[in-house]
Design a protein around this ligand. Structure first.
Ligand code: ZN
Length: 236
């Protein structure tokens, strides 16, 4: 058990749900923060409360440690526009090789708002599900970006603030395995059935890896990771 009081950036997706479980095993007090930024996949916002209520049933300690939820309006990101994450345009690679689902400044803004909330709530660890290993090439998910942000936010609030990113060096198969390590089959089932990843907001069919269209980049990454993880676990 680490000392500290954590605020988890919690979108209701696979990664942030795994991070929530990770934080609940480590910190005595864990609050959650979500953002409404006009994302096309707003189904994830509905998943947040379901995951929160069901994850506490998995372990008595987790129920005791899980504190308040917060939802902030970050709609200014949609007004800045021009991202396939918020606007109804086809998902594609930009000329610079970054997918057009990239929302410039999103994680910078999210962590800045999280730091302000943490200041108000007396929390000293921010937990985010960013990863640089197997993901979409978003520059604000990189370890160096978040290390620099940790320094800036600590200086700017004059408090030692730690940013923890437990998935930073994991691929999607590792993330499924981390869920299994943290909460066994029950947590894997919760991630599978109650979290949302699909950019196109589809939840009409449950695949072995969860709900989604199966074709958008987020679904492809999630499905491929699940299959790799399942293959690893299959007897030779
Ligand atoms: Zn999809």
């Amino acid at each position: 058990m680490n000392t500290g009081r954590a605020l988890v950036l919690f979108s209701g997706g696979q990664d942030s749900t795994t991070c929530l479980a990770w934080a609940l095993t480590r910190f005595d007090r864990v609050e959650t923060l979500g953002f409404d930024y006009g994302q096309r996949h707003d189904a994830e916002l509905d998943c947040r409360m379901t995951v929160r209520s069901r994850i506490t049933a998995l372990q008595p300690d987790w129920a005791r440690r899980l504190g308040d939820d917060h939802l902030l309006d970050a709609g200014v990101l949609k007004r800045l526009g021009a991202s396939a994450m918020t606007d109804d345009v086809a998902i594609a690679l930009q000329e610079d090789g970054v997918p057009n689902t990239f929302v410039p400044g999103r994680n910078l803004l999210f962590f800045t708002l999280a730091a302000a909330l943490a200041y108000r709530r007396g929390l000293d660890v921010l937990v985010g599900g960013m990863s640089q290993t197997d993901y979409s090439g978003y520059p604000d998910c990189r370890d160096n970006t978040l290390k620099a942000l940790q320094v800036a936010l600590s200086l700017g609030t004059d408090r030692p603030l730690r940013i923890e990113t437990p998935l930073m060096w994991l691929d999607k198969a590792d993330t499924w395995d981390l869920a299994r390590q943290l909460g066994g089959a029950a947590l894997v089932d919760l991630v599978r059935a109650e979290t949302h990843t699909c950019y196109l907001n589809q939840r009409d069919r449950l695949h072995d890896w969860g709900y989604g269209c199966g074709r958008c980049p987020a679904c492809e990454l999630r499905a491929r990771g699940y299959r790799q993880w399942a293959a690893r676990r299959a007897p030779a």
